[in-house]
Design a protein around this ligand. Sequence first.
Ligand code: AHR
Length: 506
Amino acid sequence: MLRARVALNPAAVVAPVSRRTFGSFVEHMGRCVYTGIYEPGHPLADEDGFRTDVLALTRELGVTMVRYPGGNFVSGYRWEDGVGPREQRPRRRDLAWRSIETNEVGIDEFAKWAEKADVEIMYAVNLGTRGVQEALDVHEYVNHPDGTALSEQRRANGAEKPYGIKLWCLGNELDGPWQTGHKTPEEYGLLAAGTARALRSAEPDLELVACGSSSSSMPTFGTWESTVLEHAYDVVDYVSCHAYYEEHDGDLGSFLASAVDMDFFVNSIVATADAVGARLKSTKKINLSFDEWNVWYLSRFQNAPLPEEWKVAPPVIEDRYNVADAVVVGNLLISLLRHSDRVTAACQAQLVNVIAPIMTEPGGPAWKQTVFHPFAKTAALAKGDVLRLHIEAPSYETAKYGVAPLVDAVATHDPATGDVTLFAVNRDVANPVELAVDLSAFGADLTVAETWTLTDDDVYAYNTRDAPERVTLRPIAETGGAITLDGGAALITLPRVSWSAIRLTR
Ligand code: AHR
């Protein structure tokens, strides 16, 4: 059997696990909001119209933060349409997704939902069709305590206390020609810097995210960030990254190595941001907010354009995820954790129905897609510090990313409990791989507390409304894998095309 090796050392700390790594995304798009989180009249809806089954699954997923209200949607959005008496709220065209937005849900409803879901809000302002003034207005509405026109309007609408939103996205994907109000990096850099300065004069300690590239394949990748940061370096804290992956033409090997591209993305943008900082003679570091990432069968969407008819909440990009997709999602989380020193916020896009871990049927049940599982387990088990690993693994040739290692992994160590958790994927499409783990730096008294593996004989198996547990996590020994722990060493057999989490404790 092929063998890989890794040594874990509690002294080799990358950074503490940032809880914001486990963010998600709710966009007014397709059925994410309407019949996703919100469906008054559903048998499980609460007094505010929120689906309690979706709320429970959101908590089980371990989501810590949710980006809202878009996405491409935000670049044409007027936030004030979504506040005040519902019957007076206008219906508008959403040009991004060719839908009708009823505005039944706006920031007040979303803040209520976020409180119930126990998540932090990451709020995106419209810098596509709007600018500094509207960003200041929505900030005054949500964060100013009282005594001004917009804060009093919020209070009159039922929210006595300000929402205290700390993390703000300065627009969305303005590098993309598809974006309403698409801009050159010069135009956007100036607008982002101006908006950031204005928001900071209202509330100095906001955390602000400038838009970075919407994919590493953008022709402006890198140069966009460089120009934008030349203008905004001093007044923003983050630059955003967006990346979606899919299997193309049956090339499973390349698809399973998608995290190689995420590593490249992060390393490139860290280097770009640091180069701007060096040019500006700044000691400040800009962190990365990977606030859209996931598997998305984008090519299917691009080949099937949006419907002609304008509808409320039409189903849009409701991708059905298989086992391989879940392994890739688990691996993308490994990549994000590995970069915890610089990637301190991230959002899987999206939460419900739209390329999502949670699916719902209007009036019917909610269920977990395959990708739910690695996210939920990573969010639950990645605690304490992320450890720097050096993995020696056999490699394979991929058409898309060149030579890639067959095994990828990250580990966390929680000094408070002594727990050590290893997250690992085997990208081999045919064979298991043995992973030898040197734990001697932790002493010899670790025991196996729990093991979870996602794999299947059929890598294209998926869950449905009627078979919601077809693909789920199982202890590694029940999946064809194995673990033995002997003193300071573990030997783990990772099944082919698999994602595993292994928690060791004292
Ligand atoms: O998440 C779906 C879409 O992908 C978002 O609206 C946009 O920001 C990105 O292109």
